[in-house]
Design a binder for this molecule. Structure first.
Ligand code: PEP
Ligand code: MG
Length: 600
């Protein structure tokens, strides 16, 4: 709505509340500094043959300057910012990447064009490759390639942006987007936080913001046109809300929220070093789910007792080629050695289904489009169909096993036959390594993800062949309730508290225990305090979750006694549907845990 001419809006009328994505926690109030960057267009210039070598040198010099800048930035940061450092490292690798550097040089030579144009073409090809990837996390990594390339562009064209920290007063920065390096350069008292139009929770800029404690909201698509420099802004990085022209009441209220949040965070931090056990001494291992080694600092920060799930897919899609045994060995060894003596559970490649990948690496077998990818050639089925890729990963894991306490986890096992094939391959790989004099740890443990209903039904038989089960509820819910986990149309039916799901979990726990093995659970429901309260009552030995959820679940566990938990768990199994489970929990939890659920 446009303002009527001549009529001034009051403070309350101008106030505008917007909802974005909470990227990094914290509440700040201040005035906005809107940064509008010019869109760079690569001009086309034809070169004579004689000019080509000079153009290549100009391009190489620009790449070298960006690399030197990144290395300098990297060196300014202490090792405690490992998340941020590994992102900078990945940008350094990208800037050296053949897909960008060699391809640009080839284009300069072949098409006799200027470096800016050639770089834009090379980048366009890389973008297409990323766009073909279904996994949103990996697809989002194109942004990193783009950031790295943009810096080369700005050096080539000679127009570089003013450093962000050079602002005179305390401000909240607002822009279309911020690169991870931009965020690292925000380390200044004058920058209170930032708001971006693009990005998501898993974007690298968000990861850096979290590790540097810079409050941020991203994904507010219109913010640079809704907000002007000098406007008063409240940025709430807990809820993802941004208030423009806030009223005095809103400002007061948010300062009070900030005080409460700080007090709460301090209390939660207190739980990090306490042992995960109930008041009467029942211990439950609380471990972390991670996707890349860059998350290791968070694993330590939140007091995980090891890694319950390392999703190994990322390392297969990060580069142009499939990772070889050596590079996987290095990644796994580092994980194991860093956490030793805590266990590290590495799940073998879980490709396909919602993690469907068009051929990204040059030699990754192409998956034909399937009518029902979740029921198709995914996960362990894919690995068994591509034994070379699978064996390379198994060998890397077995070799790395001597560096710590490794647990190998096989996803989506649906039959004994499948499990026997997999174990046969592990056995062969192990004998082969031992024959060559390469050590494999005796303490290595082998487990399977229970995420297909047939595996639950056959759990007693399967338990004889493995050292542990890990229940993958994200998929178990999907396959039990016949709800595609990525389909928004049926998302409301996807119910972790459906008694059918709870009974399958209990059945798996009982079968595992009867077979003398431990049972973990690594689906999302482990990290939600309400569902975790039920899981603790179903007798699981381990819950594995995103690291930041650990202190909350630990506080819940420490405030419980085992009899009370068992009663709660058993009672949910008697319910007729998810609604009844919820009603029952809404009744019970506020009395059992007034601090956590007082307002249910
Ligand atoms: C699961 O299925 O519960 C799980 C932990 O694995 P993912 O979400 O990677 O399939
Ligand atoms: Mg799964």
């Amino acid at each position: 709505m446009s303002d009527k001419p001549g009529k001034q809006k009051t403070g309350t009328e101008r106030a505008l509340s917007l909802h974005g994505i909470a990227a990094s926690p914290g509440i700040v109030v201040g005035s906005a500094l809107v940064i509008r960057r010019r869109t760079r267009r690569a001009a086309w210039r034809r070169l004579s043959r004689r000019q080509i070598p000079r153009e290549i040198t100009r391009f190489r010099d620009a790449v070298a300057r960006v690399e030197a800048d990144l290395v300098m930035l990297r060196n300014q940061f202490a090792e405690d910012l490992a998340d941020a450092l590994s992102i900078i490292d990945s940008h350094i690798l990208m800037i050296r990447d053949r897909m960008i550097v060699d391809r640009t040089i080839d284009i300069i030579r072949e098409q006799q064009v200027n470096a800016e144009w050639a770089l834009a073409q090379a980048l366009g090809n890389v973008k297409k490759k990323f766009e073909a990837i279904a996994d949103p996390y990996i697809r989002a990594r194109y942004t990193d390639v783009k950031y790295a390339a943009d810096r080369v562009f700005s050096i080539l064209s000679g127009d570089q942006d003013k450093p962000l920290a050079d602002t005179g007063e305390q401000v909240i920065l607002v822009a279309h987007d911020f690169s991870p390096e931009d965020v690292m350069r925000m380390r200044s008292d004058r920058i209170l936080g930032f708001i971006a139009e693009s990005g998501g929770v898993t974007s690298h800029s968000a990861i850096v913001a979290r590790s540097m404690d810079i409050p941020a909201v991203v994904g507010l698509e219109q913010i640079t046109s809704q907000c002007a420099t000098g406007d008063q802004v409240i940025l709430d990085g807990y809820s993802g809300r941004v208030h423009l022209h806030p009223t005095r009441d809103q400002q007061r209220q948010h300062l009070e929220y900030r005080r409460q949040h700080q007090a709460f965070t301090e209390e939660i931090a207190f739980y990090i070093h306490l042992s995960p056990e109930t008041m009467d001494g029942r211990r439950v291992r609380l471990s972390a789910n991670i996707e890349t080694a860059s998350e290791l600092p968070a694993v330590m920060k939140y007091g995980a007792e090891g890694i319950g799930l390392f999703r190994s897919e990322f390392d297969y899609f990060a580069g142009e080629c499939l990772p070889d045994e050596e590079s996987l060995y290095r990644i796994y060894s580092r994980l194991l050695a860093t956490l030793d003596p805590l266990p590290v559970t590495i799940r073998t490649l879980d490709m396909g289904g919602d993690k469907f990948v068009e051929r990204m690496a040059a030699n990754l077998p192409r998956l034909d489009p399937e009518r029902n990818p979740a029921l198709g050639l995914r996960s362990i089925r894919f690995s068994l169909r591509a034994p070379d890729i699978f064996l390379t990963q198994i060998r890397a894991m077995l070799r790395a096993s001597v560096h710590g306490r490794l647990r190998i986890l096989f996803p989506m096992i649906s039959s004994l036959e499948e499990l026997e094939k997999v174990l046969g391959m592990v056995h062969e790989a192990r004998s082969d390594l031992l024959n060559k004099g390469i050590a494999v740890s005796e303490g290595l443990r082998i487990g399977m993800v229970v995420e297909v209903p047939s595996a639950v039904v056959m759990a007693a038989n399967l338990a004889r062949y493995v050292d542990f089960f890990s229940i993958g509820t994200n998929d178990l819910i999907q396959y039990t309730l016949a709800i595609d986990r990525g389909n928004e149309q049926v998302a409301k039916l996807y119910d972790p508290l459906h008694p059918a799901v709870l009974r399958l979990i209990k059945q798996t726990v009982d079968a595992g225990h009867a077979g003398g093995i431990e049972v973990a659970l690594c689906g999302e429901m482990a990290g939600d305090v309400m569902t975790a309260s039920v899981l603790l009552g179903l007798g699981l030995d381990e819950l594995s979750m995103r690291p930041s959820a650990l202190p909350f679940v630990k506080r819940l566990l420490r405030g419980s006694c085992s009899r009370q938990l068992d009663k709660l768990g058993n009672r949910t199994l008697q319910c007729g549907d998810g609604q009844e489970v919820r009603r029952f929990l809404a009744e019970q939890l506020p009395t059992l845990y007034p601090e956590e659920f007082g307002e249910l």
